[in-house]
Design a protein around this ligand. Sequence first.
Ligand SMILES: [Fe+2]
Length: 284
Amino acid sequence: MNIGILSDLHIDTNNPGCSVPVEEALCEAALAQKVDLLLIGGDISNNSATTLKTLRYIRERLSIPCLFVPGNHDLWNIHDPERTAWDSYRELQAFEGNLANGAYMINEEWAVVGDIGWYDYSFGAESYTKEEFDRMTLGERTWQDSLFALWDRPTTEVCDYFVQKLDKQLSALRDKKVIVMTHVLPHRYFTVPYAPEVWGYFNAFLGSEQYGKLIESYASSVKLAVCGHVHYRKSQTFGSTLYVCSCLGYTREWSNPGDARAEVAKALTVIELASLEERSPLNA
Ligand SMILES: [Fe+2]
């Protein structure tokens, strides 16, 4: 079984400058690379209705299971300032492959579980205080979630909510082989290593080490951890778990801006389930 992984499609930003819509390029790449199960790690668009429509399009076009976790952009309320992040989060639960609805069983042995996750500033530089991170502004730059992703509780409590939810789900799947997908980063390895004067601050909003620690505590079952958000395409093994960050990102970041077909085909990570099966702490 081939598992295709991609996140951060940002179709509303990317499609106007592309030769073919990104979602169509994804379907073509998934078919060409014989993907049997597609994992989409969030940030399809800046609007939950557009994201929902796109998920349904991909699902129908491919006729394979498509699993999804929302990204922060999918919950933004740019088009309707009255909307809370929960409003958009719940709207997206109408998509049956949304892991926010619960775990997905690939077969009797393998499960996929996940959710958006959030951040608790643990990846930010220690020189900043919690109050400084709470402002989500450094100089002229403001982290846009502070304007458009409106939760009902403080940022760090949103993070904790998703940590606890994932913990419960992983606990129930202890005897399974598990793939975890979050939108945010579970490990510091994927944060931005350059320009510490900027990213020492903004890395705070990329994820939480709590997710990585949780995955580590279920290391005997979690074989693959997927994330997005940072627009990197990197993978790394920690313990016996393979971590994959597989983002499409903005067209301006592509090697050939506008060529969605080529870029999506390159960005889509395809992993054979059997290759995860063989992973153990000794041969990882
Ligand atoms: Fe994101």
